[in-house]
Design a protein around this ligand. Structure first.
Ligand code: HEC
Length: 123
């Protein structure tokens, strides 16, 4: 191997390390913030839209109507912890409900439920 080829190989290695390494470092430095709204809309998380109409959400194209529309929730649940309890396990209020027990069955983490509760409470 000539000196020139060795230098070229070294440069390529550095270049590759920089270009491949960069995005990983960037992701670690700035973790994505997931909002309550993100969790509500995420089909793999809350998927609340499958059963509830949520007014004011532009993504709200074809909401389900299994459950009541989640509007004016604050008036119906002045106590936010009462709202959270329903999201945690609706079955303790309506034993035959089809709503998944998000907290009881660990579908969402406690922190995710807090974010969802805050978002729904503000509707
Ligand atoms: C599979 C359908 C389904 C999904 C998914 C679902 N729900 Fe429900 N939800 C219901 C039904 C049905 C009720 C009404 C209780 C009953 O009679 O079963 C309900 C009731 C509620 C209530 C209390 C009723 C009220 O408005 O007074 C809240 C709050 C609620 N859901 C929030 C949510 C949130 C937030 C999500 C997403 C994290 C969600 N639901 C996901 C079906 C669902």
């Amino acid at each position: 191997m000539t000196m020139k080829t060795m230098m070229r190989a070294a440069c390529l290695a550095v270049f590759a390390a920089l270009t491949i390494g960069e995005p990983v470092l960037a992701d670690e430095a700035a973790p994505k913030m997931v909002s309550g709204k993100d969790i509500v809309l995420d089909r793999g998380k809350g998927n609340c839209m499958a059963c509830h109409e949520i007014p004011g959400i532009p993504e709200n194209i074809l909401p389900g109507n299994f459950g009541p529309a989640l509007a004016g929730v604050k008036e119906r649940y002045p106590d936010k912890s009462a709202l959270r309890a329903r999201i945690w396990n609706e079955a303790s209020f309506q034993p035959n409900t089809s709503m998944p027990p998000f907290g009881k069955h660990h579908i969402l983490t406690e922190d995710e439920i807090n974010k969802v509760t805050d978002f729904i409470y503000g509707l």
